[in-house]
Design a protein around this ligand. Structure first.
Ligand code: 13P
Length: 399
């Protein structure tokens, strides 16, 4: 194993404070005075653990804004903007330069275009995030494709080809964590065993490959809300999926201390008549995690999956308060947020594509970020921050 020249604390400080250029040489191993071309997981272990812990620090979570060009385009079109590169840059730049965002948000997940793009200020987006104390991350999957041999509508997540080289280039640009989203659907007889096996194996292969390049993998097996199944069915399916995911991670030697899990909350299908209370959602989500997620994983960063902004915050707060509080419940991980729709929705509406509205839109984002930060600490008072009450569910959602 290569000698570690940096303590965990100094790596964390470097992650949060240094410009991207300073990162490039951080963990590349030296041999006889020369920098080796490829490092390995062993060389990156300290740094991966420090990055994962910095992201899952108390009161912190993730802003997900890695929507594909088509999906972000649909959002921009909903406020009357054309889906141009310039419009995407202005919108994402608005998010990243929100004053004080770094008080509540430790990481932001970017789409590849954004990672390599300049901010409207002339700096790079990466620099603006780092100036705000936020670690840049990158979506590395290439999207969902039909799964031959699976049930109707089942899909498999793609993007392993060329992934090591892409991860190296993302690291060199300043990214320190990655995301791979696979999605499973609850339906008659499904998800199939084949779909679960492919989802778990793909996530584990991706996670190991990222770690070889110094990127903390966010492992994201989403159970879609589509359907009329009850919450107990979701819990049963999710438990089987997470168990398969961590078995595959073990088979692939994934370094769990340097990884994060991004599940959906355990909720009933969107068409289920029996709506679950926040207490029920919290109880079944925690039960599912406690039965399947190893204690070495530092953080569970939930996706919002179509929940309304305020509902997502209330569910998260309930998972972190009373008998569920960290230190009281059995599961040791930070339970926090990695929301896209439930962080951006009111901000987007407030923006409405008008430059004069940018400060008010940023205030909306800061409000949801603060609400979710408080929810991670079990201290959110429902209704104490403005929100968009609208359901953000989209049938057959494509990320
Ligand atoms: P939502 O919070 O909108 O579900 O998106 C989070 C995400 O990153 C999905 O991959």
């Amino acid at each position: 194993m290569a000698p570690s020249i940096l303590s965990t604390a100094s790596i964390t400080a470097a992650l949060l404070l240094s410009p991207a250029s300073a990162f490039s040489a951080l963990s590349r191993p030296q041999h006889n005075g020369k920098t080796l071309l490829r490092a390995s997981l062993d060389d990156f272990k300290d740094e991966l653990k420090a990055t994962a812990n910095a992201i899952a620090a108390p009161g912190k979570g993730i802003l997900a804004c890695d929507e594909s060009t088509g999906t972000v385009g649909a959002r921009l079109e909903s406020i009357g903007l054309e889906n141009t590169e310039d419009a995407r840059k202005t919108w994402r730049g608005l998010l990243f330069s929100t004053p004080d965002l770094g008080k509540y948000v430790s990481g932001a997940i970017l789409y590849e275009e954004t990672l390599f793009q300049d901010h409207p200020s002339g700096k790079t987006h990466v620099e603006v995030l780092q100036d705000n104390g936020i670690i840049p991350g990158i979506k590395v999957d290439a999207g969902l494709k039909p799964l031959p041999g699976g049930l109707a509508g089942e899909q498999v997540c793609t993007g392993l080809d060329g992934l090591p080289e892409r991860c190296d280039s993302y690291y060199a640009r300043g990214a320190r964590f990655a995301k791979w989203r696979t999605a499973l659907k609850i339906q008659d007889g499904g998800p199939s065993a084949l779909a679960v096996q492919e989802a778990a194996w793909g996530l584990a292969r991706y996670a190991r490959i990222c770690q070889e390049s110094g990127l903390v993998p966010i492992v994201e097996p989403e159970i879609l809300m589509d359907g009329d199944h009850d919450i107990e069915t979701t819990a049963k399916v999710q438990e089987a999926v997470l168990a398969a995911v961590y078995k595959a991670c073990s088979d692939n030697g994934v370094y769990l201390e340097g990884s994060l899990l991004k599940p959906s909350m355990t909720v009933p299908g969107v068409d289920c008549k029996d709506r679950a209370t926040p207490d029920k959602v919290a109880a079944l989500t925690i039960q599912t995690l406690e039965r399947t997620v190893p204690a070495s994983v530092p953080g569970v960063t939930f996706l919002s999956g179509g929940l309304a902004e305020e509902d997502a915050s209330i569910f998260l707060n309930t998972m972190n308060s009373g008998a569920n509080a960290k230190g009281t419940r059995k599961g040791p991980w930070s339970l926090t947020f990695s929301f896209s729709r439930a962080m951006q929705s009111s901000c987007l509406k407030q923006y409405a594509g008008k430059p004069d509205n940018i400060p008010a839109a940023q205030a909306c984002l800061a409000a949801r970020a603060q609400a979710n930060s408080e929810a991670n600490l079990g201290a959110y008072v429902p209704g104490s921050q403005p929100s968009d009450q609208e359901s953000l569910y989209v049938k057959d959602y494509v990320y």
